[in-house]
Write a protein that binds this ligand. Structure first.
Ligand code: FE2
Length: 368
């Protein structure tokens, strides 16, 4: 991959805007096994919003709630409901990244800004991406605090004993955006031309269609392969595509799902189920055909079937994946758990079985 002026290192954190950050923190802690490591709010002299920083492995989530209706993102919360507001990217140099991205056509939201406290200097800027979603550029090379100035560290054990079983989530594998029909290629070009990403793979409606639903997807990657963003758009089908359903309920394009890796998907899914996370189920018949489709794998097929874990394979190896149900009342954001055994695929071989499972849920919601 060519060296780009916008030198992206990794996904630094994902920031969510939610109606009640305190209760969402409880959910991510007790259902997904995150530690709550920092807090900002009235007690830390932040008057307009409350924020909780959650961490597990290398994954950092920030949950934010406006405290007053004058908050600049208040309307956004009413319009979209809980969801991802910012996929923050760690860069070598915030100033260069922002200058270069805006020069190449990105809409700037915050110019490069320095925040300082006794732990050092934290630098950030932000640009717009699809819908009301943004990318912050952050650099914490000169910052030693737990997250950023304004946040007070919390002892993760202090929040009374969690009943959660540790989930063993390690990193963010990819984050998927849903965009409007006909806009996928524009956003692929945005990531290529503005952020220096390359296109990895694409799927069209022949790969990803069922009797009712269809979508198209292209995957772009940056940060020397460490940042992967599939972009979906709905395709014409007999009934309403799950992407259209998302866009309807979210009120526009946005983040559809975040895939998080584990070294042992069987252990992770057992823990998450114990913690009361709900997953999509594929029909039992999926597992009848699996040995033939996949060949020998390390995992016990019966255990995979019991837990509803899906398997896909390409020339480089195989991968295991499972999807949660939406994590809020609106059928918008959900999570994927993924274990890669060599394969760099996104589960193309599972799309059909999976979408039929999603459609059964859509049918129950009366939105198919
Ligand atoms: Fe995915």
């Amino acid at each position: 991959m060519t060296k780009d002026a916008i030198n992206i290192r990794r996904i630094d954190h994902v920031r969510f805007i939610v109606g009640n950050a305190r209760q969402s923190a409880y959910f991510y802690r007790n259902a997904f096994g995150f530690d709550v490591v920092a807090y900002a709010g009235l007690e830390t002299k932040i008057k307009h919003e409350a924020g909780y920083v959650l961490r597990q492995g290398e994954i950092t989530f920030v949950l934010m709630s406006p405290l007053r209706s004058e908050h600049p993102d208040y309307e956004r919360l009413t319009k979209h409901g809980d969801g991802v507001i910012d996929i923050a990217l760690e860069v070598e140099n915030v100033e260069t990244a922002y200058a270069e991205a805006t020069k190449r056509g990105a809409t700037g939201l915050s110019p490069p800004t320095l925040l300082e406290d006794e732990h050092g200097v934290y630098e950030y800027a932000a640009i717009k991406t699809y819908g009301d979603t943004q990318h912050s550029f952050v650099n914490r090379d000169r910052y030693r605090g737990v997250f950023s100035p304004g946040f007070k560290p919390l002892d993760p054990g202090r929040y009374s004993a969690s009943t959660a079983r540790p989930a063993g989530l390690l990193t963010i594998d990819h984050i998927v955006g849903n965009v409007e029909e006909g806009r996928m290629n524009d956003w692929v070009k945005f990531y290529q031309n503005v952020l220096g990403f390359t296109q990895l793979v694409s799927f069209d409606d022949k790969d990803i269609s069922t009797e009712y639903s269809a979508l198209m997807s292209k995957v772009v990657q940056g940060g020397r392969g460490r940042v992967k963003f599939p972009i979906n758009e709905p395709a014409k089908a007999r009934r309403r595509s799950q992407i259209e359903e998302y866009i309807d309920f979210y009120g526009g394009p946005g983040v559809q799902h975040i895939a998080m890796t584990t070294n042992s998907i069987v252990k992770t899914v057992r823990a998450l189920r114990h913690n009361d996370v709900s997953f999509l189920r594929v029909p039992a018949s999926y597992y009848d055909l699996l040995p033939e489709r996949i060949g020998p794998i390390h995992e016990d097929m019966n255990e995979l079937a019991e837990l509803g874990i899906l398997v896909d394979k390409d020339d480089e190896g195989y991968m295991l994946q499972i999807f949660t149900k939406p994590v809020q009342d609106r059928p918008t954001l959900f999570f994927e758990i993924i274990e890669r055994q060599g394969s760099r695929s996104f589960g193309k071989g599972n799309f059909k079985a999976l979408f039929e499972a999603i459609e059964r849920e859509q049918d129950r919601r009366g939105t198919l």
